[in-house]
Design a protein around this ligand. Sequence first.
Ligand code: PHE
Length: 354
Amino acid sequence: MSLRDALDKVRTAAIKDVLAAGSAAELTRVRVHYLGRKGELTLRLKELADLPEKERKAAGEAGNQVKVAIEKELSRREADFASTASAKIGETEWIDVTAPGTPVPEGHLHLTTQAIREITALFRRLGFTRVRYPEADYDWYAFEALNMPPDHPARDEWETFFVDLPPGEKGKVVLTPHTSNGQIHELERKELPIRMINISKCYRRQSDVSHVPMFHQFEGLVIDKGISVTHLKGVLDHFAKAYFGADRRTRLRPFHFRFTEPSFEVDISCDICGGTGLLAGGAVCRLCKQGWVELGGAGMVHPNVLKATGVDPEQWGGFAFGWGVERTFMMKAGVKIDDLRVLYKNDLHFLHQF
Ligand code: PHE
């Protein structure tokens, strides 16, 4: 067989194989089979070197034509396979863009912050505005204007941190041991009437299972004309029902604070025994023992407090209350934790539960 015939045979066979190839991968195999380094056409073309000089040129051209023809057919089919593959991409690489994504693990607000926000929102609905005053404040605001003259023994109850600064006109600087300093700041603004809720950090020299040296209080102050204890009771009852549940009641128990007169401790009916102090079988309630649990202090603003801030007690009057945020929150959550300090240990096992 002449080289020419042999080349024609290779061309026919190659094109047949190209057309028969069912995938891009098969096409690649065909390409290697004919055009690869040891491919059929490649080997034929190598034989050209053995031809006599005068035949070599023509045969070379013929060989080249065969190569071009096979190449052409190969690339046409390759292009076919490539376009079907991209046409099918919608099926092979389909994703549902409406499917919900993978959620990123989220943290949440600290439970004290949650409680502060809830308390703020609740009082806002009653027309109270949240205010903020310094947490390092002068003695005047923390004690003196609250009817606690210097060296008065009542001050001992607020185990105060004093800041090592030279005293100013308004006395020494203290870390606020309660939020009642907000009452004085608010009264001094002389924008009456007042309905404020002051929520802030408080500091006392105490650290044990039921006390932390930094905690939070929320303090309400209402100053207007014709305000009586019944208004106070109404606000406290509303808070108790809205925050703790519709079946809860409050009671005012006589107490003593220098800045309110009369003064009360506010109790709320116990959730466990429903305020009876007794469990179903007649046993004494272990949580409260007598039907009530203590929430915090309250009272009618003392005339001396109004006088100290230049507000006329003949015209204006009102009530105030101040409770611990953490304590109130814990009572709502129904958790009895045996050590309050866990709140600020940043132990996620604990915090994640709220
Ligand atoms: N400031 C008081 C305390 O820390 C609470 C209180 C506030 C009492 C307002 C009466 C009125 O215990």
